[in-house]
Design a binder for this molecule. Structure first.
Ligand SMILES: Cc1cc2nc3c(=O)[nH]c(=O)nc-3n(C[C@H](O)[C@H](O)[C@H](O)COP(=O)(O)OP(=O)(O)OC[C@H]3O[C@@H](n4cnc5c(N)ncnc54)[C@H](O)[C@@H]3O)c2cc1C
Length: 327
C-alpha cells in the first residue's frame, strides 16, 4: 500500500482518491476551501440557493455514462428538463445540443460529497509548497504546518495553482507555461415574484453576459423564490475584474428585461462570485500526467478540455497509470 497526497477536493481530486483507495492505497486530500466540490459550487442564502459555478454537465463517453448512472441511482444527480434558447442578434432560437443535461442534487457538489465518504480530508488547508525528503514528499501549508511523508503527490487544482506547486524540473512544467484559464463573473438574483420569462436557460450571444438560467427550475431546488444565475463573458470579466455589485446587477437586469414579457418583480436578494480560473477552453494540453522520476501527478479538467467530464476522465487516466506503478 502506498500513501498519497492529493491537492484539491474538486471532482478530479475526489475521483482520484476513490480510484486509488479502491486499489488498496491510502489517500489524504488537502483542500484550501471550507467545503468540497471546487467549481461545482452552490451558495445558500436565507430561503434560497444558487449554483454559481458549473451549471450542468453532459456525457459523451460510455464509461462516464455508467458512472453518471450510478450517481443518479445514489440520488446525487438528476437530469434537468431544460430546453435552452440561443439569444443572438437574430432573436431567439432553440439550442442545437440535445444531449441530457445533468445537475447535482440538491446542490452541484452532491457527487463530490458522496464520493468523499471515508476519505481522509483536510479542509481549509492551502498547500503552499512541496518538499522532497528521502525520496518522499512532505507538504507545507500556508500556516507553516507540515504533513506527510507521501510516496507521491497529485495536483488537481486549476492550471495556475497547480503550476505554482509543481517542482522545477517536472516534465510538465515547460508545456504548461503558455497555457491559461479565463475568468468568469457569476451573479445570482432572487426575485420576490415570478418573472414570466419563457425559457429556463439562454445561451446569450449579445452583450457581456453569455449564460442566463432559472436556477430554481433545477430538480431538487425550491421553485420559489425564482432565482436567476448569469455568467459574464471571459473577455468582459477580464476587463472588469473589480466590478462592483451595482455594475454587475445593472447588466443582469438589463438582459432579464429583454427576456421578460413584463416589468421585473422586486429583487429579494443577490450575490456575486468571481472565478479567476473558470475554464481553459476545449483544447487538450499535451503533457505527461504522471512524472515517474519526481512521483508527481497532475489531473484536472484543463488537461483534456473544460468540462466536468474532462475532470473525471483526467483523474481516471492518472489513476490507471499510478495503479500500474504500484502493482
Ligand atoms: C463559471 C463556470 C461555469 C462552468 N460551466 C460548466 C458547464 O456548464 N458544464 C461543465 O461540464 N463544466 C462547467 N464548468 C467546469 C467544471 O466546473 C469543471 O470542469 C470541474 O468542476 C473541474 O473540477 P476539478 O476537480 O478539475 O477542479 P476544481 O473544481 O477547480 O477543484 C480544484 C480544487 O483545488 C483546490 N485548490 C486549489 N489550490 C489549492 C491549494 N494550493 N491547496 C489546496 N487546495 C487547493 C480548489 O479550492 C478546488 O476546490 C464550469 C466552471 C465554471 C467556473
Amino acid at each position: 500500500m502506498a500513501v498519497f497526497a492529493i491537492v484539491g477536493a474538486g471532482l478530479s481530486g475526489m475521483t482520484l482518491a476513490r480510484e486509488l483507495t479502491a486499489a488498496g492505497h491510502h489517500c489524504q486530500v488537502f483542500e484550501k476551501s471550507r467545503g468540497r466540490g471546487g467549481r461545482l459550487a452552490t451558495r445558500r442564502r436565507e430561503g434560497w440557493q444558487a449554483d454559481h459555478g458549473a451549471q450542468f454537465f453532459t456525457v459523451r463517453d460510455n464509461a462516464f455514462q455508467k458512472v453518471v448512472d450510478d450517481w443518479e441511482a445514489n440520488g446525487w444527480v438528476q437530469p434537468w428538463a431544460i430546453e435552452p434558447l440561443v439569444y443572438d442578434r437574430d432573436g431567439f432560437h432553440p439550442a442545437e445540443e440535445t444531449s441530457i443535461r445533468y445537475v447535482g442534487t440538491p446542490s452541484m457538489n452532491a457527487m463530490v460529497l458522496g464520493m468523499s465518504e471515508g476519505i481522509d480530508l483536510f479542509l481549509q488547508t492551502r498547500v503552499d509548497r512541496l518538499e522532497r525528503v528521502d525520496h518522499q514528499w512532505r507538504l507545507w501549508d500556508d500556516a507553516g504546518e507540515h504533513y506527510g511523508q507521501f510516496d507521491a503527490v497529485f495536483l488537481t487544482a486549476p492550471l495556475a495553482q497547480s503550476l505554482a506547486l509543481l517542482p522545477s524540473g517536472s516534465r510538465a512544467e515547460v508545456p504548461l507555461r503558455g497555457a491559461t484559464m479565463l475568468p468568469t463573473w457569476s451573479m445570482a438574483l432572487a426575485f420576490e415574484d415570478d418573472t414570466g420569462i419563457e425559457s429556463d436557460g439562454y445561451f446569450v450571444q449579445e452583450g457581456v453576459i453569455n449564460w442566463a438560467a432559472r436556477d430554481s427550475s433545477k430538480p431538487g431546488r425550491e421553485p420559489s423564490p425564482e432565482v436567476w444565475v448569469m455568467h459574464f463573458s471571459p473577455t468582459w470579466t477580464g476587463n472588469h475584474l473589480d466590478a462592483p455589485d451595482s455594475l454587475l446587477q445593472q447588466q443582469c437586469l438589463t438582459l432579464l428585461r429583454k427576456l421578460a414579457p413584463r416589468d421585473l418583480p422586486e429583487l429579494a436578494g443577490s450575490f456575486k462570485h468571481r472565478w479567476l480560473y473558470a475554464r481553459s477552453g476545449p483544447a487538450r494540453i499535451e503533457i505527461p500526467q504522471w512524472d515517474e522520476r519526481l512521483r508527481i501527478g497532475l489531473a484536472g479538467d484543463w488537461i483534456l478540455g473544460d468540462r466536468l467530464e474532462d475532470a473525471w476522465q483526467s483523474a481516471v487516466n492518472l489513476a490507471h497509470e499510478v495503479i500500474e506503478v504500484w502493482q
